[in-house]
Design a protein around this ligand. Sequence first.
Ligand code: NDP
Ligand code: 2IT
Length: 448
Amino acid sequence: MKNRAIDLDTFMQEVKLRNPGETEFHQAVQEVAEDIIPFVNQFPHYNHASILERMIEPDRIVSFRVSWEDDEGKIRVNRGYRVQYNSAIGPYKGGLRFHPTVNQSVLKFLGFEQVFKNSLTTLPMGGGKGGSDFDPKGKSDREVMRFCQSFMTELHKHIGPNRDVPAGDIGVGAREIGYLFGQYKRLENEFTGTLTGKSLEFGGSLIRTEATGYGTVYFMELMLNHREDSIKDKVVAISGSGNVAQYAAEKVIQLGGKVVTMSDSSGFIHDPDGIDEEKLAFIIDLKTVKRGRIEEYAKKYGCEFYQGKKPWQMACDIALPCATQNEICLQDAQTLVENGVMAIAEGANMPTYIDAIHLFHEHKILYAPGKASNAGGVAVSGLEMSQNSQRLSWSRKELDERLQTIMSRIHEQCLKYGDEGDFVDYVKGANLAGFVKVADAMLAYGVV
Ligand code: NDP
Ligand code: 2IT
């Protein structure tokens, strides 16, 4: 019997019933379903094979206890996860997030988006995501090490270079990857490329640290170039001050734009003179070495710090949300539009609510969803896997060129499916292009 055409509301009701309380996951599915449902109704061989229904269900979810001892000798308990979402086009691939807000809904939304993103990179990677509700903030290096070792003692059973290759995300940077990889190697007694984002001494790739931020800005430049414009002389508001925000800022500065805001979970700083390379070096040291707060920038450079506020209230030409999910609500979007924003590219995953995306579209503002614009990070992770398999390392120049080529291929795929003449719908373009490759692989495998 053949499936009938799918209706978005009925489909979303079913998703909510089957995944109760998982609001972030519902949001990520809705954003994709708005584009995919009309498409699978138009090309019913996908619908008849229930491909979308299969794609929203993860292959498996592993959830486990992580016990560890703090510096006072107290035993702490956290919860660890790995969501292995889809391996149709390659081994599961995606980051690990350590943050107190981590739960199954957050990791399912991230894993689901990762499937589409990894497909867009043109590299052979499936999608997955993992992490823990562990909060690295305020913990000593030794506490972080003991947590990572305990986490990996369980996770190692489920990952491997051809099975599942984790990397970093919020709260997981070079320090954590070092501890995680060290424990993986000990347990498996093998030196493989099972994690990416490794340091250069033990199989890491040049440009991986910069890749997500650089890639986001390359994508922004591609969108602007398509409208015969560029980043040069534009005023840019960035949120976040972690890995992605830092290197997005660096690339904007290199391309002649003026970065006026950065933020953390306490608030944002506004520097009307612009954050230059020297000031950015202060932020990178503050955040990655001293693990301090962005407010210290305002004290050092005598500019304004807005406690508990988001940067979107400041006038800008370009907005680059690079902190976390749901940081641009409808009201923020309205303010951005009123202040004349011309383009948004997401460095973070799902930082924009759906009604805010619709508002940008109504105003024909260039808007790149994270699954397209932040794919440079996982793309260079894919290149780290290739280098590890070859037991070679490529030069910075070669990797930066490959990153730029991948970002322009993603842009081309978005145009292929999202160009509507006077406007490019990058959400639709990314969703459809990401979907088709995975869906066609799943069709080839039969009913799995
Ligand atoms: P980091 O941990 O390096 O930095 C996160 C930044 O976001 C910090 O400034 C942090 O502030 C801020 N932040 C985190 N949670 C919140 C919150 N709930 N409210 C306000 N601010 C918050 O992470 P990354 O830079 O790696 O990741 C940032 C985003 O980019 C995430 O959405 C991630 O999924 C996405 N991403 C990351 C990739 C990567 O390669 N690292 C690849 C693709 C996407 P504070 O210091 O106060 O916690
Ligand atoms: O969201 C993401 O794409 C990442 N956190 C990077 C994943 C990776 O495997 O490099």
